[in-house]
Design a protein around this ligand. Structure first.
Ligand code: HEM
Ligand SMILES: [Cu+2]
Length: 649
């Protein structure tokens, strides 16, 4: 028993791991102590763990995403440290493999995705004048499956060993022959668990946006961020089932001995690559389109102009979404498809540059002759345009199949996708968080600290990743744990940049803490002189969002209201508001799913089977739950609104 725990269950033998174990234990004890000492358990349970309010769920998503940014960021710094000089002995090859695998997976699935879903949760219902999402219970469930999926993935580090076959998990590397340990099972089950939540989110937001818009808001009058959320939801609904199936098949291969992807027994390893990227390529648009949406909102607000080419922006996003499903083969141009196939996918890939270019010109057009305010959200948007363009242009270079034989799996690719993911997604999320922050918490983020973190991030980012294009051209392969002496100067530079970049992230996070303590409270609900409906509510936003729902006449609904002096509080139209009740079931059910998944990871059917039964029991309980929520009485709405609006005047 102790033998098993010491030799197989816990990961041992590395000082870094002991350090991690100690810090996990200390952090857990610390959190439990603080919650107990300040008697916060009940508050936490009542206000957050059981909440079905989209605003609070959004906040929880964003906090989790920021925590994961640090997990993935520490991984990145460890890799860059190992690559700074030739013959470094900081990480061995096995450890390096584990770290690039977990870094990629955590960053895409447990950082970028939840961050955008968090912002969607915060902003979309407010932007369309709704009181919540279509399925609030499901929304809470989505969050908790994501959360427990992320936890499952993260404990692999200290329990049983991390996956090491890359975030793409290509077979045969990830198959039972070459990865016989349990580590790969963590990847499969953690992604499966959180993927369920993502799919549910896609459905939830599709229905919310199609069915719950304020009267008058036709599709072409929706704010552009809501449009990006709608298109993202559609991509999710088409893409995630592919991932679900692929993961399930590999789980069968690894745990139950089937042969879908094995070389033996007529399996097809190439099928994994196809399924993975048939999901994986749309996935990168799932994380970029909402960032485009944020930038559009921010640029038009801070240039004080209507978004230039609103319709073209919408159509461009639709075209990008469609094309995202027909380019996946560019991820394996060198794996032996014929020239015809490669040419076709080359062309579809490069076509994406057209609608993306249209969007870039529209952002520039929006700023043209605008009276630009250089607040922090706008700075992120301004930095995004040139940096993302570098990512886009190098993407077109990679998209040429013949040239890709040269760049394939080199640092050129690493530089390319970090330009897209950091300058696109991450800057977008930072912009969005700073932009909607006053709506979420009732005060702005500190501008000065925000600017410092901005400059650290943007400069550090370019020092880190610009040299990597040249390293790639010099032949430095990706996923290598040692470097040749001739690659040393540029690598050293890149590593130095990574630490500057990381400092920028730390300052950004510090700013959240600092602003919560010291920034003046925001009295108006309209912190930036906004144009869409989320700014029409008071701050803090009442749990029912809108006392009375306005009639919408353009994609700048609040701008119109400001011109006519209308508000979202019309006492003569007040009616009791129907709201859903808070529920403990989503978190309990997800915790049980976590147990079942953990059992499957270890092939412990004594845990997995009761776990699955538990999930079914939860579903039965839910289907006999006839609680229809409650109504907020008119008196209470009046009191809340008068209090909030009294302050506003
Ligand atoms: C502090 C900022 C970051 C640094 C210094 C950094 C550095 C690195 C390094 C050194 C690698 C591995 C290269 C190799 O040996 O193959 C890597 C891979 C990767 N990174 Fe980052 N990264 C950062 C942020 C991000 C972000 C924000 C994302 C996504 C949103 C991301 C996504 C990925 C992915 C998908 C991989 C590929 C993993 C694989 O090959 O399996 N990174 N990064
Ligand atoms: Cu792709």
């Amino acid at each position: 028993m102790w033998d098993f725990i010491w030799n197989d269950f816990l990961v041992t033998g590395e000082p870094i791991i002991y350090g991690a174990m100690a810090s996990i234990v200390l952090a857990t004890v610390g959190i439990v102590f603080v919650l107990t000492y300040f008697k916060l358990w009940k508050w936490l349970w009542d206000e957050y763990l059981t909440t079905v309010d989209h605003k609070k769920i959004g906040i929880m998503y964003i906090i989790a995403a920021l925590a994961m940014l640090f997990r993935g960021g520490v991984d990145a710094l460890m890799m860059r440290t190992q690559l700074a000089l030739p013959n470094m002995n900081f990480l061995n090859s096995v450890h390096y493999n584990e770290i690039f695998t977990t870094h990629g997976t955590v960053m895409i699935l447990f950082m970028a995705m939840p961050f955008i879903i968090g912002l969607m949760n915060v902003a979309v219902p407010l932007q369309i004048g709704a009181r919540d999402v279509a399925f609030p219970f499901l929304n809470a469930f989505s969050f908790w499956t994501f959360f427990f999926g992320a936890m499952l993935f993260n404990i692999s580090f200290v329990i049983g060993g991390s996956p090491s076959a890359g975030w793409t998990s290509y077979v045969p590397m990830a198959g039972p022959e070459l990865s016989p340990e349990i580590n790969q099972n963590y990847y499969l089950l953690a992604l499966q668990l959180s993927g369920i939540g993502t799919l549910a989110t896609g459905i939830n937001f599709l229905v919310t946006i199609l069915r719950m818009r304020a009267p008058g808001m036709t599709l072409m009058k929706m704010p552009i961020f809501t449009w990006s959320a709608l298109i993202t939801s559609i991509i999710i609904i088409f893409a995630f089932p592919i991932l679900t199936i692929a993961l399930a098949l590999m789980t069968l291969d690894r745990i139950f001995g089937t042969h879908f992807f094995t070389l033996a027994g007529e399996g097809m390893p190439m099928m994994w690559a196809n399924l993975f990227w048939l999901w994986g390529h749309p996935e990168v648009y799932i994380v970029i389109l909402p960032a485009f949406g944020v930038f559009s909102e921010v640029i038009s607000t801070f240039a004080r102009k209507q978004l230039f080419g609103y319709k073209a922006m919408v159509y461009a996003m639709c075209v990008i979404a469609g094309l995202s499903f027909v380019v996946w083969v560019h991820h394996f141009f060198t794996m032996g498809a014929g020239a015809g196939v490669n040419s076709l996918f080359s062309i579809t890939t490069m076509l994406i540059a057209v609608p993306t270019g249209i969007k870039i010109f529209n952002w520039l057009g929006t700023m043209y002759k605008g009276r630009i305010r250089f607040n922090v959200p706008m700075l992120w948007a301004l930095a995004f345009i040139p940096n993302f363009t570098i990512g886009g242009v190098t993407g077109v270079m990679l998209g040429m199949a013949s040239a890709d034989y040269q760049y394939h799996n080199t640092y050129f690719l690493i530089a390319h996708f970090h330009y897209v993911l950091i300058a696109g997604t991450l800057f977008g999320m930072f912009a969005g968080l700073t932009y909607w922050y006053p709506k979420m918490f009732g005060h702005k983020m500190n501008e000065k600290i925000g600017k410092i973190s901005f400059w650290f991030t943007v400069i550090g980012f370019n020092i880190t990743f610009l040299p990597q294009f040249f390293l790639g051209l010099m032949g430095m392969p990706r996923r290598t744990y040692t470097i040749e002496p001739e690659w040393m100067p540029l690598n050293l530079l890149s590593t130095a940049g990574a630490f500057i970049l990381a400092t920028g992230f730390v300052i950004f996070t510090f700013n959240i803490y600092y602003s919560a303590r010291y920034e003046p409270r925001e009295k108006t609900g309209d912190a930036w002189d906004g144009r869409s409906l989320e700014w029409a509510t008071t701050t803090p936003v009442p749990h029912y969002n809108f006392a009375t729902i306005p009639y919408v006449n353009s994609h700048e609904a609040y701008w119109d209201m400001k011109e006519t002096g209308a508000t979202t509080y019309d006492e003569s139209k007040l009616e009791p508001i129907h709201m859903p009740s808070y529920k403990g079931l989503p978190i309990i059910m997800s915790a049980i799913m976590f147990m079942a998944s953990f059992g499957l990871v270890w092939h412990w059917f004594w845990l997995a089977i009761p776990g699955l039964l538990g999930v079914i029991i939860c579903m039965v309980i839910r289907s006999f739950d006839f609680d229809e929520g409650y109504h907020v009485p008119i008196d209470e709405i009046k009191r809340t609104e008068e209090q909030a609006r009294g302050r506003k005047e």
